[in-house]
Design a protein around this ligand. Structure first.
Ligand SMILES: Cc1ncc(COP(=O)(O)O)c(C=O)c1O
Length: 497
């Protein structure tokens, strides 16, 4: 096997080897089930230490690209050929492109959060409402070990920036995604929610215009409403935010912030292309409008995604927010923000004023988990499980949903988005579904005016295979009844969970 190495490059040798082998496999030069050279022979051929090869093979194995057979060595994985092709279903999502200028306020973030948390304790409910990861099996053990080994400093006050060791670990993860940053550009936050809140409160004042995707994450809409900002919802199509409309409103309204979820957007699951990211940043530069890039679903993609917008940012216009809520456990409340340039210090000071610092114990548990070396493998496992569940959900929707329903086919994340005909009363469907023990998030919560078009967000991450089929068949039956015989036929009943 020929692997040219650049020994002067800043990229470590083991990563160069890993990348080259990965490319050989993806190009078909190495076939499924083909045996890779042994660690010892490849180390000899490349004139490197055996540990370097072991490191490269371990990453390829964790990524599911190769597998090991005890006593026989390493082989190319059979299922390596793009798992997403296991379903040929294409997205038919193509909503009307209406900009929403928000007038009304409401409380749907609170309502959805409360009903989803309550549904967690109601085991009989099929919960398509909430996006939660399956926690790593060793998390409880790691939590206990962290607390047992905790030094006294973990129980004292800490700096608002976050623990230096955790910031270094997060910086390493982000550098791998293409961000040119160090630990000094990071602030550890109490979840991504706090990163969004701090950033929005920093850039916006009452009555300022702000641009969001429409639909968008309802937790961000709530913060904007609380600030008293005036929200412009730029419609999402299958490619992401409509950039022509974005430019129109950047020119006419001179907003003070663009809030975007570039990768595995909540609620649609869409990830934008490299060129969409580039154009969005160019528009922000042209009109000197800061961007808040929320990447809460980072690392949950089934296929490679382009580097975040922050990786292209040369003018310190982009604040980047991420979290461990979607890949580890949300209850720890550990997120982070990347801030480069002059905005860093004021944002650290705001963090101090907000809650002094993120829980030291939570930070230490996440740090301990990251140093255990299992994080990459755990994310790979989540991706594989989520992909399977996404495919099952899509297949069930093909089988049970009316043809009038259109949906996105996300290449990662936890949700898909279903666009329904205009005459559907989605709150009625939701109430009927709850009576039949199925919970989903009503699309209206994700639009700045709390209406938008009739839609539902379905999470494919929380339910078993049989629940997916049963839950989708119930929803399909309700939708068909509503479309073909009219939603008025339903009895109006109170939401009871
Ligand atoms: C897009 C998006 N951003 C932020 C958050 C909040 O994440 P965290 O639990 O880290 O506060 C969520 C949670 O659902 C989300 O979907």
């Amino acid at each position: 096997m020929k692997i040219p190495l650049d020994r002067k490059s800043r990229e470590p040798i083991y990563l160069q080897i890993k990348d080259k082998i990965s490319r050989l496999i993806k190009s078909g030069a190495l076939q499924p089930e083909e045996r890779l050279p042994s660690i010892r022979s490849l180390a000899q051929i490349l004139q490197v230490n055996k540990l370097t090869i072991l490191e490269a093979y371990s990453i390829l194995q964790a990524d599911g690209i190769i597998f090991s057979r005890q006593g026989s060595g390493y082989f190319v994985n059979k299922s390596n050929m793009n798992l997403t092709t296991s379903t040929n279903m294409k997205s038919t999502f193509a909503p009307a492109q209406n900009v929403i200028i928000s007038e009304s306020a409401g409380n749907s973030f609170f309502d959805i959060h409360m009903s989803a948390v309550q549904a967690q304790i109601n085991e009989r409910i099929i919960n398509f409402s909430y996006g939660l990861p399956r926690p790593p099996q060793d998390m409880a053990l790691i939590g206990r070990r962290t607390i047992t080994n905790s030094i006294d400093s973990l129980f004292a006050y800490d700096i608002p920036h976050g623990q230096a060791s955790l910031r270094r670990q997060v910086a390493q993860l982000l550098v791998q995604q293409g961000l040119e940053i160090t630990a000094d550009n990071l602030i550890i936050t109490s979840g991504c929610q706090q990163a969004i809140s701090l950033t929005m409160q920093y850039f916006l004042q009452k009555d300022d215009w702000v641009i969001v995707e429409s639909p968008t994450y309802h937790g961000a809409i709530s913060i904007l409403e609380n600030i008293g900002a005036r929200i412009i919802g730029i419609p999402m199509n299958a490619e992401g935010m409509n950039l022509e409309l974005l430019e129109k409103y950047l020119k006419s309204h001179r907003p003070k912030l663009i809030y975007t979820i570039s990768t595995q957007h909540n609620p649609t699951g869409i990830a934008t292309s490299q060129s969409h990211r580039k154009q969005l940043l160019e528009l922000a530069e042209k009109y000197q409008c800061p961007i808040l890039e929320d990447n809460a679903y980072e690392g949950l993609n089934f296929e490679p995604v382009p580097p975040p917008i922050k990786a292209l940012d040369k003018q310190d216009l982009v604040t980047y927010a991420g979290t461990f809520s979607k890949t580890l456990i949300p209850g720890l409340r550990v997120g982070y923000m990347v801030v480069t340039g002059r905005h860093y210090q004021p944002l650290v000071e705001r963090k101090l004023m907000d809650d002094v610092h993120t829980s030291t114990i939570s930070q230490a548990i996440v740090s301990e988990y990251l140093s255990s070396g299992h994080y990459r493998r755990h994310r790979k496992k989540l991706q594989t499980e989520n992909l399977l569940c996404r495919n099952l959900m899509l297949q069930a929707m093909e089988k049970y949903f009316p043809q009038e329903a259109k949906w996105t086919v996300p290449n990662g994340g936890l949700f898909l988005w279903v666009q329904l005909p205009d005459n559907i009363d989605i709150s009625e469907i939701r109430q009927q579904a709850i009576k039949e023990k199925v919970l989903f998030a009503s699309g209206s919560a994700f639009f700045p005016d709390k209406q938008g078009y009739p839609a539902m967000r379905l999470s494919f991450s929380n339910t078993s295979e049989s629940e997916i089929d049963l839950g989708i068949s119930i929803l399909g039956k309700l939708l068909k009844k509503c479309i073909y015989t009219g939603c008025d036929n339903y009895l109006n009943q109170q939401l009871l969970i």
